[in-house]
Design a protein around this ligand. Structure first.
Ligand SMILES: [Zn+2]
Length: 295
């Protein structure tokens, strides 16, 4: 279903191509029943946009393990047309995501970065999960058995079950404290982020980083595997705060940076108008959806 909201018309600046490009706003929303991916597809989003959406909220929500039936999202995004022909989906301008009852909102600033409605950066020091949700097989089973012990039991890390070779990302910027192998951990990488935080990634097939190397958030540091003491391939991920193991999905993480001064004021008014647009289109969508679906 498509519902267009025509906003502006711009003329291509190229002297060769004088056809005009229309930028229109489109809206999508869905409530998740089977998986986030399926809900995104059913809402009419492209694969790219679904990944983009997971990227925007990936510092607050673990898309691999924390998505539940009943979670929902809405998205306001641009689409480009040349002479009425759809030529591409553009940026996500605003979005909200409700995960297990908690709602997160993001709006795109002129800079291309995303902030919440109060001007706080969506980007934070740590990703909630160090791999793409697309590979993880257990989206809806929080009581999954532990791949080593076969018991439902909390232990000192989070296990992500995904295919061998799945890229594993550094959760935050840091320095590789140790990249090595032993018979328990298999191939492992430990990253020191500040004097406070260490993240650990175990049972990798391959390691792409060396001890002492500086790494960036989101950089692929290795691939998921089944090396060391495991019964099946998975990533065992640990998050340590001042040497103490914490649940990486619930631990309080460092505050993100906020916009300041005039930049903040300008952003907040942009954010308000974007959120109003999204809300209006949501209401239209709700009212017209049944009609459009019939045609
Ligand atoms: Zn484990």
């Amino acid at each position: 279903m498509r519902l267009w909201w025509w906003i502006k018309q711009t003329t291509a600046s190229s002297p060769v191509d004088t056809r005009s490009t229309d930028t229109q706003l489109n809206y999508a929303s869905a409530t998740i029943t089977s998986s986030f991916w399926n809900a995104g597809v059913e809402a009419g989003l492209t694969g790219n946009q679904i990944m983009q959406l997971a990227g925007i909220f990936g510092w607050d929500i673990d898309f691999a393990l924390d998505i539940r039936g009943g979670d929902k999202f809405e998205v306001l995004y641009e689409e480009q047309f040349v002479e009425g022909e759809h030529v591409g989906s553009g940026e996500i301008l605003a979005a909200s995501f409700t995960n297990q009852g908690e709602t997160f909102t993001a709006i795109r600033a002129e800079s291309g970065k995303y902030y919440d409605e109060n001007g706080r950066a969506m980007r934070k020091a740590f990703l909630r999960s160090p791999l793409s949700f697309r590979y993880v097989s257990s989206n809806f089973n929080p009581r999954r058995l532990h791949p080593v012990t076969g018991k439902v039991k909390a232990h000192r890390g989070t296990d992500y079950v995904a295919p061998v070779g799945t890229p594993i990302w550094a959760a935050g910027d840091g320095v590789v404290q140790k990249s090595g192998y032993n018979k328990y951990n298999g191939n492992y990488v430990f990253i020191r982020h500040t004097s406070t935080y260490i993240t650990k990634y175990l049972h990798l097939t391959k390691r792409y980083v060396k001890t002492g190397q500086r790494v960036k958030q989101g950089q692929t540091i290795g691939t998921l595997g089944g090396t060391g003491r495991v019964t099946g391939p998975h990533l065992h991920y640990e998050f340590l705060v001042n040497g103490v193991h914490r649940n990486p999905r619930t631990v309080k993480l460092p505050q993100s940076k906020s916009l300041q001064g005039r930049e903040k004021q300008e952003f907040i008014s942009l954010a308000q108008s974007r959120l109003e647009q999204m809300q209006k289109m949501g209401m239209l969508w709700a009212a017209l959806g049944p009609v459009l679906n019939k045609s």
